[in-house]
Design a protein around this ligand. Structure first.
Ligand code: NAP
Ligand code: MG
Length: 490
């Protein structure tokens, strides 16, 4: 049985210049609960005209300076802190809304997504008053100093796998630095970003500083990318969309940060704590139903321990049972949409076709009335790095297990990918762990752990996983311009 929800889901409106309004076209789209396949509510569908209105509001708010100039960093910080508090005050309701819209287990949305979103606002609340330039000792009778100024209007485009958390990663640093924003959430999961926009308003963020415009990527997203009054685009999404955004943004030479796909290697050496490695491998691929850009989707296992590790991993994975995401005991919900489920099932077919061995899973799972988009946790062994399931990002609960000979072999294979987002290494040998961390071309490496995040850490990719860093003090560089000022002292 899929439990009925307690939250009343209101229809979604565009949030522009402090108003909650319909789209200029009057169009709406349905957002669906992937656990049941039922329509949750309708949401106003922003088009180019709405994006233009939102950008003009953000531009006016930026240029008039109620946010960037009239408020000090510390004042902005106080408002950001309040947004964090408002999120935490409604954690249960927002978590439920997130679970309904995305299928993420309620225990995760309650304990991870919403609290981490709040934490991101708390982190940047603290940083907002500490963003400053430097004085530079230059040659000659001159005084030189730098100013860190906000970039201006930021277009922010988010994916559906961590809807409120990605919105927080985008908005909090942008606001801390004094920018204004137009956020376009993913069409599959627009509800919590709209709620976050409303909370920003409730906290006292001036009108026009935060605008949220749901709508399709190819229309509303593209309109934002092309808009001449937008100064920067931050996108979290697929590599393919990242390439398209970069091409289009080149017309107006916008500042860009792109957080894109991954095919991360999770490497288990024979000297590892195998129990811990099995747990890390299982969480690495099945957390969030595999819909996570840092998923440890290629598990490299040193030959001698292949059998022992697989035994432990399969035993654990069999306990990962698809279930009702509103059940607090559920750790594994549906995929986000029917389309995503079908893509995953197609990849599973490809794995079989190309000769990998299906160790567990491989099918759609039936939960409750069987209308939800559930896929069984799936593990393929005997995979080679050249197979499609080892090369392409599946964004689902499908693990490719690849044996390796030695350290050099696994570094070569680990790096043999177009992506470079994350990696894991399991070993008791401290030298080996650090050496592998250095040699892997990836933005994050976890040693004897997997999937940790913190608002203070820089996060982003190498290679075709994108560029730019979110979170931490690193994000300040993405959301500011550096100005150099010279003064004649002679
Ligand atoms: P996606 O199709 O790239 O969509 C991401 C966002 O971009 C959505 O809001 C989407 O709108 C929008 N979009 C689509 N086409 C666009 C266009 N032509 N111009 C402007 N915006 C456009 O990716 P997804 O399917 O939502 O998410 C899965 C992907 O995101 C995976 O590849 C995953 O690796 C990546 N991801 C990366 C990270 C990271 O931090 N590196 C984190 C999470 C996810 P619509 O929803 O309307 O299509
Ligand atoms: Mg939905």
């Amino acid at each position: 049985m899929i439990a009925p929800s307690k939250v009343k889901v209101e229809p979604g409106k565009l949030h522009i210049n402090g108003q909650f309004i319909d789209a200029a076209s009057g169009k709406t789209f349905d957002t669906i609960n992937p656990a049941t396949g039922e329509v949750l509510t309708r949401v106003a569908e922003g088009g180019a005209e709405d994006v233009d209105r939102a950008v003009k509001a953000a531009r006016a708010a930026f240029d008039a300076g109620p946010w960037s100039r009239k408020l000090s960093g510390a004042d902005r910080g106080r408002l950001l802190w309040k947004i964090g508090d408002l999120l935490m005050a409604q954690v249960e309701e927002i978590a439920e809304l997130e679970t309904l819209d995305s299928g993420k287990p309620i225990t995760d949305t309650t304990r991870v997504d919403v609290p981490l979103a709040a934490d991101c606002f708390y982190y940047y609340a603290g940083l907002a008053g500490k963003i400053h330039g430097e004085t530079i000792p230059v040659r000659g009778p001159y005084f030189n100093y730098t100013l860190r100024e906000p970039v201006g209007v930021c277009g922010q485009i988010t994916p559906w796998n961590f809807p409120i958390l990605m919105a927080a990663w985008k908005l909090a640093p942008a606001l801390a630095c004094g920018n204004t924003a137009v956020l376009k959430p993913a069409s599959l999961t627009p509800l919590t970003a709209l709620r976050l926009g409303a909370l920003c308003q409730q906290a006292g963020v001036p009108d026009g500083v935060v605008n949220v415009v749901p709508g399709s990527g190819s229309v509303a997203g593209m309109a934002l990318v092309r808009h001449p009054q937008v100064d920067k685009i931050a996108l979290t999404g697929s590599t393919q969309v990242g390439q398209q955004v970069m091409r289009e943004a080149s017309e107006t030479l916008k500042k860009l940060s792109l957080e894109l796909g991954g095919k991360s290697p999770n490497i288990v050496f024979a000297d590892a704590d195998l129990e811990a490695a099995a747990r890390g491998a299982q969480m690495g691929i099945f957390y969030n139903m595999g819909e996570i850009c840092t998923a440890g989707s290629r598990l490299f296992v040193e030959q001698q321990v292949h059998e022992a590790l697989m035994e432990k991993l399969i035993e654990r994975s069999k306990k990962t049972i698809p279930g009702d995401p509103l059940d607090p005991k559920c750790r594994f919900g549906p995929q986000v949409s029917e389309g995503q489920m079908n893509t995953i099932l197609k990849y599973i077919g490809k794995g079989k076709e190309e000769g990998a061995t299906l160790a567990i899973g491989g099918n759609r799972a039936r939960v409750g009335e069987g209308k939800g988009y559930f896929v069984e946790p799936t593990i393929f062994t005997g995979v080679s790095n050249s197979m499609t399931i080892a090369r392409e990002e599946i964004f689902g609960p499908v693990l490719a297990v690849i044996p390796f000979k030695d350290l050099d072999d696994v570094i070569r294979q680990g790096n043999e990918t177009i992506y470079g987002l994350a990696a894991g290494v399991w070993t008791k040998d401290i030298k080996k762990g650090h050496r592998v961390a250095r040699e892997l071309r990836a933005g994050t490496v976890w040693i004897n752990t997997y999937g940790n995040y913190d608002s203070g850490m820089p996060f982003g990719g190498f290679k075709m996983s994108g560029f730019g860093r979110e979170l931490g003090t690193a994000a300040v560089a993405e959301y500011t311009q550096l100005k150099s000022v010279w003064v004649d002292l002679s």
